[in-house]
Write a protein that binds this ligand. Structure first.
Ligand code: ATP
Length: 374
């Protein structure tokens, strides 16, 4: 049985089609992370589940009950926002117990729920303080604690860590993941941060322009994106894309020509082979473009390197082998190197990759290459 079921959800704001036929089943205890570019509808989808936005059509079921027209307070959900939304005049204890108080639960039950949640979140020492006396991370814990005390069927998080600095974000990310394990609760989490998505999710939902592009386990999406959009969205630095032209197609095998690289043959495509002359896109991730290695070799000049400590990001001007739509806004290729073998800026380097690490995308952006092992 699923805990949250979205059936053909559509949402219109006047003439703007914000959510397009969203279908999704979320299992009890699952941690689902929604990602996508700004404006793709992540928050809108979360708000429709919460009941803070109505749907134009479709149905929402939570714990086996159709809640499509129910008020937020009746849906069995608890939402945690980026802005914490704590009551400044109330103590931490009062903030955390407030949901249960308005549900008119007995004081003993409220006290027990607050004590338990405060223990889980390690904020017991702060219960009598007002939010103004707390750090950002502590405030966010109170907001999460307020959600826990309500014992919801589903937790909804809308970019809860965005206001925190990098160190605290990492700490809270780890805490949220262990909280999920401890509570075994269903969680739906919206973020811009792909590290949060990759590390916390059981499944990631990638949205674009109000529609679901792909749903799957993080590594499945990373290894086997269904299209160029998902391939470019997951992975940092992002995948390199270079234009290619089909020169020969035989059965499931295809040979493409890439300027600056030559002929590249893919043994087995999962989709019908495009005809000779078709323009396609070859994709290879920075971590698979290696200095002095690989069976497909190219040459370029190092334009810039960024030392990150554990690894170095290299931007390479490879002449006719040009990247399309890169992060840098240039046609440089992005490589990941180990600082021990990074040449000096301006020097020429040889680099390469193996065809089994590469992807081919058709003219409509769909992935043509066969799924890779995960
Ligand atoms: P971000 O990552 O920037 O928060 P998002 O993916 O969460 O973006 P939404 O906030 O869900 O995006 O918005 C989706 C689209 O719906 C946007 O184009 C936005 O302008 C539009 N939209 C959201 N709320 C309304 C509204 N009340 N009226 C009209 N349009 C809206």
């Amino acid at each position: 049985m699923s805990n949250v079921t979205l059936k053909s959800i559509d949402k219109h704001y006047a003439s703007f089609h914000a959510l397009k036929s969203i279908d999704l089943d979320i299992a009890p205890g699952e941690f689902v992370v929604m990602v996508g570019p700004s404006g793709c509808g992540k928050s809108t989808l979360l708000k429709t589940i919460a009941g803070l936005e109505t749907v134009s059509s479709g149905n929402i079921e939570i714990a086996g009950r159709d809640v499509t027209t129910e008020e937020p307070g009746d849906r069995g959900i608890a939402m945690v926002f980026q802005s914490y939304a704590l009551y400044p005049h109330m103590t931490v204890r009062e903030n955390m117990g407030f949901g249960l108080k308005i549900m008119k639960r007995p004081q003993a039950e409220i006290d027990a729920a607050v004590t338990r949640a405060a223990g889980i979140l390690r904020i017991t020492d702060h219960l009598e303080k007002k939010p103004a006396a707390l750090s950002g991370g502590q405030r966010q814990r109170v907001a999460i604690g307020r959600a826990i005390t309500r014992q919801p069927h589903v937790f909804l998080f809308d970019e809860p860590l965005s206001n925190l600095d990098a160190a605290l974000r990492t700490q809270m990310r780890v805490e949220l993941a262990s909280l999920h394990e401890q509570l075994g609760a269903t969680m739906i989490y919206v973020t811009h941060d792909q590290i949060e998505a990759m590390t916390m999710a059981d499944r990631i939902v990638v949205l674009r322009a109000g529609a679901i592009e792909q749903v799957g386990a993080p590594l499945v999406l990373y290894r086997n994106p269904v299209n160029q959009f998902v391939a470019s969205f997951l992975g940092a630095p992002r995948m390199n894309f270079v234009e290619a032209t089909v020169v020969q197609a035989e059965g499931a095998s295809v040979t493409v020509d890439v300027a600056g690289l030559g002929a590249v043959t893919f043994g087995e495509l999962a989709h019908p082979t495009p005809a000779a002359g078709t323009g396609v896109m070859l994709g290879v991730r920075p971590e698979h473009l290696r200095i002095g290695a690989g069976s497909l070799v190219a040459e370029g000049r190092l334009r810039l390197s960024e030392e990150l400590g554990r690894e170095t990001v290299l931007y390479v001007d490879a002449g006719p082998l040009r990247a399309v739509g890169s992060d840098t806004g240039t046609d440089n290729l992005t490589l990941l190197g180990d600082h021990a073998n990074v040449p000096r800026t301006g020097e020429t380097l040889r680099f390469g990759f193996d065809v089994f690490d590469a992807y081919l995308f058709g003219p409509d952006g769909k992935t043509l290459t066969a799924p890779k092992p995960v």
